[in-house]
Design a protein around this ligand. Sequence first.
Ligand code: KIV
Length: 265
Amino acid sequence: MTIPDLAARKGGPPIVVLTAYTAPMARLLDPHVDALLVGDSVGMVLHGMDDTLGVTLDMMVLHTAAVKRGSTRAAIIADLPFGTYQASPTQAFDASARLLGVGAQSVKLEGGRAMAETVAFLVERGVPVMGHIGLTPQSLHAMGGFRVQGRDEEAAERIVDDARAIADAGAFSVVIEGVMEPLARRITETIRIPTIGIGASADCDGQVLVTDDILGLTGDATPRFVQRYAELATTIDEAARTFAEDVRARRFPGKAHIFLPKAAQ
Ligand code: KIV
């Protein structure tokens, strides 16, 4: 999948995106998705952080390189982490160059009108950009928490303006996160680039979720917008408990797992 392939899917078959942070997970997801997002959610999901604000560019480079090694066909999109693109378009270009240098085909950045100049700067220099509007986790403190955005008319209009600004600046796609459903639908009908929803609308041009959420690996407090397709935490718990019982009872290792001299086999 190329970035133009994804851009051409506006109004077509829904675009399927899942997060990936490691090579083995990328290998498992690659046959099923159109794009793998190396999200800065990696900080919370794999590194135990409370939010995404402490994620560094070095972390994103490491995880993007790993995902690249595990994937053969899906497009790879990598998040620009907080503090690596907001200061200036040049700062954003330097950070993007590192992510594209290890295999990302596009970067994703959060923000609307305020980021339009940066998006245009990157796109003009050959860096495909995916926007991210609505609930933008890197603005956690400005939003006063992870809250659904665009609840009143004025706030909704601002988010529509954000979507237009990002599309007009040349982004090839935009993630719409955590907004009221009619607003996500309206933005999808209004702008000419594919919208990728998360907690948004079934009418978006595609959907993204955090893989560990759908696999049941991120605890019991699953957000409303997540559908769990597996309960891997339970599977892992059972496997670890059974291994521990086998070791303590000397049932493991068995004959099949050890190296015996020929005479003793
Ligand atoms: O970091 C991430 O995983 C994301 C998705 C949730 C859209 O930005």
